[in-house]
Design a protein around this ligand. Structure first.
Ligand code: ATP
Ligand code: MG
Length: 282
């Protein structure tokens, strides 16, 4: 699936089987996800798109262990994370979430932020954690600013440091919920290059939610278009563009055609979501 490069990913396969999630705020049921199934291969970059409020974050939260599911099962490398007997997955270092709004500690330097996890979890000694953090920051082009505080570097650098921090414990899966949403186009493009570079090196499985269809096609091995709420998979687009990818891809015909296909699918669902909203208001 995901491997056009030499390193073959062997971990991080996610299996979402017939998952339903019904929220119950004050006794009013909201079905956010309905009988959704999706197989994500080890080392795949799986992009999730769909109308606002359709249930994408709900699915990510279920994989991360932030929210329970109502029905169905989710597996990671064949091991059940959650299912009927255990609706809430344990949170674990094998699945790291990168949030939309930065989560670096502002009172720590970048290197201390990156080394923080293994230090407090005692998976490494302080010296080992700092050594590895320094190494990884340098690989990500942040060697010169490793001793600076998040407030002293650009937002793009801080976001890159967050990805480095997410990867220090060698997780199986990165879960990203619109991480670059608020960024200007240029910073975003630097983020994309940086993430692709990290991916080419690590082959970590990536579950990435976005509203930006160009981002979805540029980064992804597959783009999963969700239906309007409750979420199911509507269409899955295979992105057969070779890796490593660079910005030349954006002007290729193949890229444009895929973006148009994704646009059509998402637009159809967005219209349905809008009409459903109108009906609710009427
Ligand atoms: N804790 C909650 N309690 C009740 N309803 C919720 C809760 N969280 C989400 N919902 C509802 O579930 C539905 C799906 O929400 P979710 O956040 O998963 O959508 P989304 O696809 O991530 O949307 P967006 O693209 O706007 O981020 C929405 O109708 C939302 O209002
Ligand atoms: Mg969301």
């Amino acid at each position: 699936m995901a491997d056009n490069n030499n390193t073959k990913a062997t971990k991080g396969a996610i299996s979402i089987r017939n998952v339903t999630k019904i929220y119950d705020p004050e006794g009013v049921n909201v079905m956010a996800v309905d009988d959704c199934s999706l197989e994500i291969g080890a080392g795949e970059v799986c992009m999730i798109v769909g109308p606002s409020g359709c249930g994408k974050t709900t699915l990510l939260n279920a994989i991360a262990g932030f929210h329970s599911i109502t029905k169905g099962e989710i597996y990671l490398d064949g091991e059940m994370l959650c299912g009927p007997s255990k609706p809430l997955a344990d949170q674990g270092a094998d699945r790291i979430v990168v949030f939309q709004h930065g989560a670096l500690f502002p009172w720590m330097t970048l290197i201390d932020n990156v080394a923080y996890g293994p230090k407090v979890q005692e998976t490494m000694t302080k010296a080992e954690a700092l050594d590895k953090a320094g190494h990884m920051l340098a690989e990500a082009g942040l060697g010169d600013v490793a001793g600076k505080y998040p407030g002293e570097v650009s937002s793009g650098m801080a976001r890159r440091a967050e990805i480095v921090r997410a990867l220090i414990n060698d997780p199986k899966v990165l879960l990203l919920d619109e991480p670059y949403r608020a960024m200007d186009a240029l910073t975003k493009s630097i983020m994309h290059e940086s993430l692709l570079e990290v991916y080419d090196r690590t082959k970590v499985t990536i579950f990435f939610i976005t509203h930006d269809l160009e981002e979805a096609i540029f980064l992804g091995d597959r783009v999963v278009v969700m239906t309007t709420r409750p979420a199911k998979t509507k269409t899955i687009l295979d992105v057969n563009i070779e890796r490593p990818r660079d910005y030349h891809v954006l002007s290729s015909n193949q890229f444009r055609v895929l973006v148009e296909d994704a646009k059509d699918a998402v637009h159809e669902e967005a219209v349905k979501a809008f009409e459903a909203g109108e009906r609710e208001l009427a």
